[in-house]
Design a protein around this ligand. Structure first.
Ligand SMILES: [Zn+2]
Length: 302
């Protein structure tokens, strides 16, 4: 009995001590701020999902005036390589959003490792110039198609003055899966935020301007995303609260400069929160059917 009582007291004490250890650094750590990114646009669908998204970022009940980073297909004829696409890039820039490069090839959304070095280098120059024409200033960021990269493409980005930016959380809207997207998105985002909370507690996330920037990947070519953008903002904030993950008083970025600063720091580290395998890992690598590290760029292998 005495042994039992001693064990109980000890375990309670240890529990308190571990609890204090686990909690005190976490509560003194900076809060999270979401850096929203959109791939594949600008979208020329007649219902203008890119515009619908920008309108909701500007006017919503969660936090008006959200600024985002749009990774564009700068010269493809169905995107930035058209008059309408150029207008959309110009508008996004004028509204204070940041434009980054997704693809600078007229051939479109082709994984960069498939290009010859010469074609990749040219596409980066041409793509940057096409963006700069609509949005004066230097293009700082690239997110490669399918998020796939290797040492050769990284060197090409560096030579073009671009920093690669992957993401911590994907809302999985890159392909149109129909109803499953809407049914599963809340639990999927919750699972991603849980990993973010773990990385925060472990002190893995770099701090920028008093917050931990957490990069969220969406697609402005997805009509579902466009119709539900405000809900995505709500889900990110609500699920963070549910997890006890503290958010900054402004949970999203509101100006291009601080967004770019956050992106720069994250790009320097090139490490991301992975809820499972790396977003950039090709499908065959994920499945173990091709050589490669499925956890490349992940803070921790989970
Ligand atoms: Zn893409």
């Amino acid at each position: 009995m005495i042994d039992f009582a001693r064990t109980l007291v000890l375990s309670l004490l240890m529990g308190t001590a571990f609890g204090a250890l686990a909690q005190s650094p976490a509560t003194s750590l900076p809060p999270v701020r979401f850096l929203l990114t959109f791939d594949d646009g600008p979208s020329l669908w007649t219902d203008s999902p890119t515009v619908t998204i920008r309108q909701q970022l500007a006017h919503n009940p969660v936090m008006p005036g959200v600024k985002a980073l749009f990774f564009v297909q700068a010269v493809h004829k169905n995107h930035g390589g058209s008059d309408a696409g150029q207008r959309l890039m110009q508008e996004a820039c004028a509204e204070g959003h940041v434009l980054g490069l997704h693809s600078g090839s007229p051939r479109g959304h082709i994984p960069h490792p498939q290009f010859t070095p010469a074609e990749l280098a040219e596409s980066l120059v041409v793509g940057n110039a096409a963006i700069a024409q609509q949005c004066p200033g230097t293009v700082q960021f690239v997110r490669p198609p399918d998020w796939v990269y290797n040492d050769t493409t990284l060197a090409a980005y560096q030579a073009a003055g671009l920093e690669m930016l992957q993401a911590d959380i994907s809302v999985n809207d890159g392909k149109i899966y129909g109803w499953t997207v809407s049914m599963r998105r809340r639990s999927h985002i919750h699972a991603g935020l849980e990993k973010v909370a773990q990385a925060r507690r472990a002190g893995l996330l770099p701090e920028v301007d008093g917050a931990f920037p957490v990069i969220v990947a969406l697609h402005d070519t997805n009509r579902y995303t466009a119709e539900h953008m405000t809900e995505y903002l709500q889900i990110l904030v609500e699920e963070s609260a549910d997890l006890g993950l503290p958010l900054a008083s402004q949970p999203f970025y509101t100006d291009a400069q601080s967004l770019a600063r956050a992106g720069h720091v994250r790009a320097q580290k090139q490490l991301y929160v992975c809820a499972g395998k790396a977003l950039s890992a090709p499908m065959l690598v994920r499945l173990g059917l091709a050589a490669g590290d499925p956890y490349k760029g992940c803070f921790v292998q989970n």
